[in-house]
Design a protein around this ligand. Sequence first.
Ligand code: ATP
Length: 364
Amino acid sequence: MPRVEVVGLSKTYGPIKALDDVNLTIEDREYVSILGPSGCGKTTLIKCIAGIIEPTRGEVYIGGRAVRGLMPEDRDVGYVFQEIALFPHMNVWNNVTYGPRVKGWPADRTRSLALEMLDMIGLEDRSNSYPDELSGGAGQKTAVARAVSSGSTLLLLDEPLGALDAKVRADLRYRLRDLVKELNLTAIHVTHDQEEAMSISDRVVVMRAGRIVEEGNPMRLYLRPKNVFTANFLGEANFLQGKVVEVGKEGAVVEVGGCKLRTRDASRKLGEEVVACVRPEFVSIRRPAGKPALRGVIRDVAFKGGVVRYELSISGASVFSDCAAGLEPEGLQRGDEVEVEVDCENVLVFQPPPEGLDRAVSLE
Ligand code: ATP
């Protein structure tokens, strides 16, 4: 069974540390996404697991077996890599059924899986087409279908949906995940798309500069990240530097530029310098009535499709607030004063990063 263990994996290219002592275990039948900014080492990691890149140090175990020195075809993995194309001399049907045929599956089982795959990718009527007759997107979908139906129980997918239009991509990711679950496969899926990773994975692994920053269940990572890089990379976040001015059993109060922000973090010390973090959807605004606890002024309003985003100035600090489009307070515009409410259940408190906040959240 393909439990995958990555132990102390490093890969260097001269002075570049593409992977720096990565340790990771992927359980049998788990769907794990590797997420991180460009150049963080995602592709290097998945290619070391596939056997396409030889690590400088460390080991990869697949199903308990050390695979160092084994060629990709001897690791029994189904994969989608950008530059590894379909078999050019085979049509779509033969590409998709290649794995099961080589493995000697019964013809009816091969056929029914291939039909299911072609239905998944919507290319039932292109089964006789050759790769050079397909669009980039259709070729990529065929590569995904070929990997899923390869007969291998471990799938390695490097940006498998990258060439597809946004809507097709969003639809196919759910079908891909459902099939992986239905067929009891294990999947490692590399992406730089936060929403894609969060919406289909059992677990998301966040990487930065060759290292794993944090890993966990997508909702936990989004709502309760343990560090500022994850908070910033997974979605959007307001960061506010301040000082703890009250501590009680219920949590701490952080003063930010003269405003008091209530939090549920009771682990803080009085007087401690901290970085408070709150996502824009947990900041709401309304027309002021009476004497609001927290006031802001609207600097800018932007319609973003699903939400209306307000940029506020609160005691000089810039804070974003999101409101579901259509439910936003009517008629508010630039320059208006508003009452601001911050959901204290969703204010996170971090220690100030020693390297400075900007560097700590930077994607470089
Ligand atoms: P992207 O999302 O842009 O594909 P990534 O997270 O997959 O990026 P990698 O392709 O794994 O990142 O690259 C990690 C680092 O290793 C980068 O700094 C990259 O420039 C470097 N690197 C990768 N392959 C080589 C190589 N063959 N020679 C030199 N440096 C390399």
